[in-house]
Design a binder for this molecule. Structure first.
Ligand SMILES: [Fe+2]
Ligand SMILES: [Fe+2]
Length: 300
C-alpha cells in the first residue's frame, strides 16, 4: 500500500478505536473453546455496552420467541454466542462512528442508511437461499463500506470530488476514488478492519465486496455484493454507484451458483417487491441503536 492518502490515514493519531471490551470480545470469538460465561462477563465489564447489547438483543431485529431476555447469559443461550458477538461488534462500531457526523457536510447518515439497508437485505437473501451465514452476513453488510467513512472524515473534499466524478463519468465509486485519491474505500476499509483486529471474514469483505471472485470468503462476499446492489436499487446509495444491473451478469451470482446456492430464487423484481419496506426498517434500526440504552439490566 504505497499511497499518500493511505500513508496519512495509517498515521492519523485520532483514528477511531473500538471500545476495549469489544476488542476483547472479538478476540474471544477466535478461541475454539470460548464459554458463555467468559463472553457475558467480558461484555458486563462495560455496563453501557452491555445494556445496549441486551437492548438490541430484545429488539425486533434479533429477538427470538416471546418474552424479554434480561441477562446476557440468557441472550447467548437463546441466540447463540456468534449472534451476541455480532451484535457487540455492530453496536461498538456504530458507537465510535455514529450516524451524526462531526461536520454538517458529512455523509454519515446516508452512509449508515446504505450500510444498514445492505445488512438487512443480506439477512433476507441469506434466509431466502438457506445459506446459514450465522449473522455474519448482517455484520458484513453493515461494515462493507466502512472505508468510505474514513475517507470522508479525513479527505472530505477529495472524497466529494470522487463522488461528483463517479456521477459525471457514470463509473463505480471505487474507480472514481482511485482516480481522485489514488486509493479506494476497500483498501482503507481493510486497513481499518485489520487495525481494529476484526475477524478475518470482515476484513475480507471490506476488501473484496466489489470483486468477490478475488475473496477468500467467496460465498459471504458474493452475498454482500448482491445485497449492496439491491440496496442501491432501492435508492439506498452512498457516494455514487447509482447503477442498474442484471443479476446473472454479476460474478457474485455465478459464484453462488457454482457453490450450489439456489440462485434461481433470486428474482430481482420479486425481491425488490419483498424488500419494499426496507426504508422503515432502516429508520427503526438507527433509532433503536442510537437512543440512550436506558436502565441497567440484571446481571447473572
Ligand atoms: Fe463498496
Ligand atoms: Fe456499498
Amino acid at each position: 500500500m504505497d499511497n499518500h492518502v493511505l500513508d496519512v490515514i495509517q498515521n492519523v493519531e485520532d483514528l477511531p478505536t473500538l471500545p476495549a471490551v469489544a476488542i476483547e470480545v472479538i478476540g474471544l470469538s477466535r478461541s475454539s473453546d470460548v464459554s458463555i460465561k467468559a463472553v457475558s462477563e467480558c461484555i458486563y465489564k462495560d455496563p453501557p455496552l452491555a445494556t445496549k447489547v441486551l437492548k438490541m438483543a430484545n429488539s425486533s431485529f434479533y429477538r427470538r420467541g416471546s418474552g424479554e431476555v434480561d441477562t446476557l447469559h440468557r441472550a447467548i443461550l437463546l441466540m447463540g454466542l456468534n449472534e451476541i458477538i455480532n451484535i457487540t461488534t455492530s453496536v461498538s462500531v456504530l458507537s465510535v462512528l455514529p450516524p451524526q457526523g462531526s461536520t454538517g457536510e458529512s455523509i454519515r447518515d446516508t452512509f449508515w442508511n446504505h450500510c444498514i439497508a445492505t445488512a438487512l437485505i443480506a439477512r433476507y437473501v441469506d434466509k431466502k437461499l438457506g445459506m446459514r451465514s450465522m449473522g455474519r452476513e448482517f455484520v458484513g453488510g453493515l461494515l462493507h463500506d466502512i472505508g468510505k467513512i474514513i475517507l470522508d472524515e479525513y479527505f472530505h473534499d477529495e472524497f466529494m470530488e470522487a463522488h461528483a466524478f463517479s456521477i459525471d463519468v457514470d463509473c463505480p465509486m471505487y474507480e472514481a476514488e482511485m482516480e481522485v485519491l489514488g486509493t479506494t474505500h476497500m483498501e482503507v476499509g481493510s486497513f481499518l478492519a485489520q487495525k481494529w483486529n476484526l475477524p478475518g471474514y470482515i476484513t475480507d469483505i471490506t476488501l473484496h465486496h466489489h470483486h468477490p471472485d478475488q475473496a477468500q470468503y467467496k460465498d459471504i462476499n458474493s452475498l454482500v455484493c448482491i445485497s449492496d446492489l439491491l440496496a442501491k436499487a432501492k435508492e439506498f446509495s452512498c457516494g455514487g454507484d447509482r447503477m442498474s444491473f442484471v443479476l446473472s451478469d454479476q460474478s457474485a451470482w455465478h459464484i453462488m451458483k457454482q457453490m450450489g446456492h439456489p440462485v434461481h430464487l433470486l428474482d430481482l423484481e420479486r425481491m425488490t417487491f419483498e424488500i419494499e419496506n426496507i426504508g422503515e426498517e432502516v429508520s427503526e434500526y438507527i433509532s433503536t441503536i442510537s437512543e440512550p440504552a436506558g436502565q441497567e439490566m440484571a446481571h447473572d
